[in-house]
Structures are given as C-alpha cells and as structure tokens.
Design a protein around this ligand. Structure first.
Ligand code: ADP
Length: 477
C-alpha cells in the first residue's frame, strides 16, 4: 500500500509539471496538442516512476539481505544523487559489517585455538589440576585429576557437587575432618596452602593437595588446585619413620641405664675419684643426657608425624598458658641475663588445644630465643586475636636467621651452624617438633625477621569459626 501511494505521488509529481510545461508552450490552445502533451507526459512519468520504484525495490532488498546476515548484498550506485548516496551508504554498511564479521571469526578461531592449547596443556600434566573461579565454581579440570580422585572429567564438571563431595568424604581416611581441611585452602584466599589427602578407594592413594590463588590485574580470579600422587614417597617415609622409631626405642633402654650408672658413680664416689676422672665422668653424663634427649625427641617426632602421639584437645584459655610458659623459662632467662616480657591482647580468646603440647612449643620457642639472644636483651612473648585465629609470637633481639637458611628451619636436624657456640645443648629437632605439634592442632608456624634484624617465630591456632566458613558445599576436593 505504501509502495502504491509512493508510485501515485511520484506520478503526480512528474505529470503535473509536464502539463504545465505543455500549457506554457501554447499547446493548450489546440485540444489535440494538449492530449498529445498529456499522453507524452504520462508515458514519461510512468517510465520515471518505474525506474525509481525499481531502485527503491533493490535498496529494500539489499537492506533486507543485510539484515538477514547476507553481507555480500549490495545495491548498484545509479539514479538520482539521493539514490546514489543511499546506495553508497548501504554498500559501505555491508562492507563494514563484512570486515567486522571477518574480525569476529578470526577472534573466535583464536579463542578456540587457545582453549584447545589450554586443554592440551592441562591434559599433558602428570599432576591433577582443578580450577575454581572466584565464586568457587569448578571451571576446568584435567583427566589426571579425575583419575586421582576417582571420577571422570565429565562427572567432575557436570556432576552434583554435593554428591561428589560426599563420595570423596566417604573415601577419605579422615571423613570427619575432610571439610575442615578443605576449607583451610580457602581460608586465606591470597595465600598458597598444602596438605595431604588420603583416599582409600578405588585404591589407596596418598595425594599431596596444593592450592594457590589465580590473580591478575583485575584482582583475584579464582584458585587452582594441584594433586600429586605421593603414595610411594609416603610409603618410604612411613618405613623410615618406623625404622627411626624402632631404633630410638631400642636405644632408649640401654641409654637410660648408662645414664643412671653414671649418675650413681658420680654421686656415690665422694672424694674417691681423682679430679681428672670426675671430669671425664661428668662429660660422659652430659653427653648421655644429650643422647637421651635426642632419642626422646626422635621418638616423639616420629610419633607425632605418624599420628600416634596422644592428643588431648580441650577448650582452654591461652593467657594462663602463656603465663606458665614464661614462669617455666624464667630460670634459663636469668642465667643468660635476658629479660622476658609478656604482651597479651585483652580480648585474646580461647583455643581448642592440648595444654602439654602447646606448653612444649612455647618453651621451645622461648628457650631458643633466650639461647640466641645477647645478655641484657629482651625477649617478648605476644599474643593477639586475628580473623584466622589466635596468633602467638616470640620476638628476640638476637642475630636472626640468614635469608638462605629460612627454608630449612623447620626440618629435622636443621641446626644452622651459625650459632654453634651458644647452642651446644640443642638436638636440632625442637622446631620440627613444634611445627608437627602446631599442625596437629590445625594451625601453622612460621618465621619472620623483626625490623631490627632479630627473629620472630609465630604460630596461629585456628578459632573454631575460622575452619567452618560458609559456602563449603561449593568446593569438590
Ligand atoms: P636446636 O635444638 O638446635 O635449638 P631447633 O630445631 O630448635 O634446634 O632450632 C634449629 C636451628 O634454628 C638452631 O640450631 C638455630 O641455628 C636456629 N634457631 C632457632 N631459633 C633461633 C633464634 N631465635 N634465633 C636464631 N637462630 C635460631
């Protein structure tokens, strides 16, 4: 209808001026001339309208094809100035869209190539890899991860997270602690975390689970988990621990009797011993005591690491325990001329802990701080609450730890050899035992240099709320 009215208006626009022109030329005085002029005008108008309508039709068709995505559609550049301008505009829209289409296809092809490369790298890894986005939704996983956790990749990516999680919980060697341990990976989103996952089915596997944040310029994007099968290493480690434990046990009995005999010989000898013999016996006694301490520490460490050390976890206030530790260590501090200061935040809450084990950690850290501090210096024991839990730190004004030795500080026998003179009584196991004890409490222990260059050994004991965060049902493993 619109097309028809356009045609009529165009016809009127052409015929009207033609008639006027004929009239002006004086043909109106002859009826035949008038009719001829009218017929001529009509024919001319019809021809013009036909051409115009055809061009508008081809413009409409080209626009329709472009709209449907056919970017090859064009309109011939011809006719009036307006029509030519319209054709050029329409054709350039088509050309620009075709260019953009090419760019888009290229970008999509690139993205597909990158995705394929990403998946090939993921699947080439001998470690299981699993990636969460910032909302803790599973976004990528490789085949090895499926193998290690006993699921197919499809199950992991499309399965019900709750069902997968329950399956892992049931197959884990510590089903009750499973969720808490997993939550610790997410408790400090910007820090890496590592633990061991022991699965009993489809076959027994010990898996080292390591996670670290994925961060770019826009901030935290998610968290990537790496799963490494360490079953063989863990079996060897277990054998080694059993051997150490057995030998230490066997050594302890004869050592205790040698120690007793030496003590007896020294105390019951009166004046009968020559000064030189007494000195030799005293050296033997001191070294036997050191051996007894070493054997006891070795036994304790292997028991803690094997999870065979009895733990009596109970809710307890921390402040009285810190007080007690300072009292226990006061004798050593006085001998060395070091002052021990206690600095406890008034709002320090309680923890769930084993009194004796925590006292052992505290006296070990305080003892080290005193041993390595110069006379006249101050050792500070401070404690404060943090969102992660109660943080306890021992700061000293001693020589600190050289940069390159910090990594092996908590390993057994990591006596660093830099302060040998002051530490002749140490076994090199104190920090390893402290770490094992704190980790059994679900905490962590670390070293930092104080601004003045001394040492700060700190540990955190998680408050129950820090290990039961909301949203735990979003994570699988
Ligand atoms: P040790 O029985 O030798 O003290 P530890 O495991 O307690 O064993 O400590 C390991 C090593 O760490 C020590 O031999 C010492 O070299 C270093 N160390 C520990 N605490 C401190 C400290 N406060 N200042 C300096 N060095 C320390």
């Amino acid at each position: 209808m619109a097309h028809l009215s356009l045609r009529v208006r165009c016809l009127a626009g052409v015929v009207g001026p033609s008639l006027l022109l004929g009239a002006a030329a004086g043909w109106s005085r002859h009826p035949v001339g008038l009719v001829a002029a009218a017929v001529g005008s009509l024919a001319l108008g019809a021809l013009f309208v036909g051409r115009l309508s055809q061009r508008i039709g081809s413009a409409t068709e080209a626009a329709r094809r472009l709209g449907q995505g056919d970017l090859s559609a064009t309109m011939p550049v011809e006719g009036s100035t307006d029509l030519r301008a319209l054709a050029r505009a329409l054709n350039s829209v088509g050309a620009a869209s075709a260019r953009r289409d090419d760019q888009l296809n290229h970008a999509l092809e690139n993205a597909a190539n990158q995705r394929d490369r990403f998946h090939s790298i993921l699947n080439a890894s001998n470690d299981g890899l699993l990636l969460y986005d910032a909302d803790r939704h599973l976004v990528a996983v490789n085949q090895r991860c499926g193998e290690l956790l006993g699921f197919s990749v499809h199950e992991l990516l499309s399965g019900n997270v709750g069902v997968l999680q329950r399956s892992l919980e049931q197959r884990s060697e510590e089903p009750e602690a499973y969720r808490d341990r997993l939550e610790r990976h997410f408790a400090r989103p910007l820090e890496p975390h590592q633990d061991l996952l022991v699965l009993s089915a489809p076959r027994r596997r010990v898996i080292r689970r390591y996670s670290c944040p994925v961060v770019n310029q826009r901030g935290l994007q998610g968290r990537v988990f790496t799963y490494t099968d360490v079953t063989t290493e863990s079996d060897i480690d277990r054998l080694k621990s059993e051997f150490v434990s057995m030998t230490s046990h066997e050594l302890r009995t004869p050592l205790t009797s040698v120690h007793g005999a030496l003590q007896l010989a020294l105390s019951g000898s009166g004046d009968r011993l020559a000064e030189e013999d007494r000195e030799l016996l005293e050296i033997s006694l001191a070294n036997t005591e050191r051996l007894v301490r070493l054997v006891n520490d070795l036994l304790d460490l292997s028991k803690i690491e094997a999870g065979r050390m009895p733990f009596c976890l109970a809710p307890m206030a921390l402040a009285p325990l810190l007080d007690e530790a300072v009292r226990v260590i006061q004798g050593l501090a006085a001998t060395r001329g070091v002052q021990v200061r206690l600095d406890v935040a008034p709002d320090l809450g309680g923890v769930s802990g084993d009194h004796d084990h925590l006292l052992r950690v505290l006296t070990n850290l305080l003892g080290n701080a005193i041993k390595y501090s110069p006379p006249g210096s101050v050792v500070v024991l401070e404690a404060r609450p943090t969102p992660e839990g109660a943080v306890v730190a021992v700061l000293d004004q001693g020589p600190g730890i050289p940069h390159d030795q910090v990594d092996r500080l908590f390993r057994p026998f990591s006596r660093l050899g830099v302060h040998e003179r002051q530490t002749s009584g140490g076994t090199g196991l104190g920090l390893a035992i402290s770490r094992a004890l704190i980790e059994q409490h679900g905490g962590r222990i670390w070293f930092e240099r104080t601004p003045a260059g001394g040492s700060q050994f700190a540990f955190v004991l998680p408050s129950p709320s820090a290990t039961h965060k909301a949203g735990s049902d979003l994570a699988v493993a």
